[in-house]
Design a protein. Structure first.
Length: 367
């Protein structure tokens, strides 16, 4: 029996947490004994893990540096004596690599989920210092792998394992039902975004684009599902536009993925990503997609084949792209079908889980 300790800051409803939960639940009962340690707090995925009989331990770490929580992490890992420790996100990736934290026999995997251009100098310095203290770094895209290879992580220690999405027609509502729940007119042209309201997502560009688009498509709506630190600033921006009454801030919704059929187009204007779960889910749902032309999005979308790409930071270009998609429904439908086919054939949860299992077996053989 292979014992794996997954370490992550929280179990909030976000991308890395979703992938960890999918992975742990998929491994449970397959000669693997998964355990989850949340450094700061639990969250919505805690219940799902517990329903799968996966033990969850929350360490209640306070602030950026909490020596008592670090000792609790060391104690938890020493008690578990895992064969594999796999961490997700910066704080967990840092702590599991500190000297004396992991039992000596454990193989350490750090999972990087983003082209982390947001990191400050000291964080990048710390990543460089700890680069050789993990047996493997998993990246969810080639772009993330390149970022960390340039940071000094040896290429032979990097393994690319793309995200897997479980979105299928069976998990979605009908268009009419989704629009009824959101209070959207059946005949409206609905543009949407699902995800965190964070600075990197550049949602201000999407709001500016919608202001332009609405002047041409009067029966249009913009739906923004999620929450985050930029929410109030975005609401203030929208309030200054004539189309404000046509912009719906729908808040956090646990049924967000099921509501995707309400959209005529999904937009991801981010300035950096790793491999966007929300974009993958929209593609899997057969929703026409437009995204910024950053490298990770380009790994999912070939422009004009699986969706449309536009330059980062340009509201007018977003509006122009959406107008083209609206005026050419045949093109939008073809791209949406090809995108869904690609996700369902190349980015399934089973493929993601199997790739991790192959990695675990390889690391065990290296002992």
């Amino acid at each position: 029996m292979l014992r794996i300790a997954f370490v992550i800051p929280t179990l909030d409803q976000s991308g890395a947490e979703r992938q960890l939960t999918t992975l742990a639940c998929g491994l449970s009962g397959t000669h693997v004994d998964p355990h989850v340690i949340a450094l700061d707090r639990g969250g919505p995925y805690e219940q799902q893990l517990q329903q799968a009989s996966i033990p969850v331990q929350v360490l209640h770490k306070r602030g950026r540096f909490d020596p008592a929580a670090i000792l609790r992490l060391r104690s938890a890992l020493q008690k578990l004596q895992p064969d594999i420790i796999q961490s997700f996100l910066f704080s967990a990736n840092t702590l599991v690599r500190l000297p004396g934290i992991a039992p000596p026999q454990a193989r350490i995997i750090v999972s990087e989920r983003c082209v982390d251009s947001w990191k400050s100098g000291w964080q990048l310095w710390l990543d460089r210092q700890l680069a050789n203290r993990a047996h493997c770094l998993t990246a969810n895209s080639q772009s993330v792998a390149t970022f960390y290879r340039n940071l000094g992580v040896p290429a032979e220690r990097i393994t690319v394992i793309p995200n897997g999405t479980a979105t299928t027609p069976a998990t979605l509502l009908t268009r009419s039902a989704a629009r009824q729940i959101l209070g959207l007119p059946e005949s409206a042209c609905v543009i949407g975004y699902i995800g965190r309201f964070a600075r990197q997502k550049r949602l201000q560009d999407l709001i500016w684009a919608f202001q332009l688009l609405h002047q041409t498509i009067e029966n249009s709506r913009l739906v923004l599902i999620g929450t985050g630190p930029e929410e109030e600033r975005l609401k203030q921006l929208a309030a200054g536009f004539d189309c404000n009454s046509k912009i719906l801030f729908a808040g956090h919704r646990s049924d967000a993925t099921a509501l995707l059929p309400a959209l005529d187009a999904f937009v991801l204007p981010s300035e950096f990503e790793g491999m966007s779960n929300s974009l993958m889910e929209a593609m899997a749902a057969g929703i026409p997609c437009a995204a910024s032309n950053i490298s990770p999005n380009g790994e999912l979308i070939q422009n004009g084949e699986h969706g449309m790409l536009f330059p980062v930071g340009s509201g007018p270009e977003i509006a122009r792209t959406l107008l083209r998609m609206h005026r050419d429904p045949a093109l939008s439908a073809r791209m949406a079908t090809q995108a869904a086919n690609r996700i369902h054939s190349e980015f399934t949860p089973r493929q993601m889980i199997d790739r991790h299992m192959q990695l675990y077996q390889r690391l065990q053989q290296q002992k």
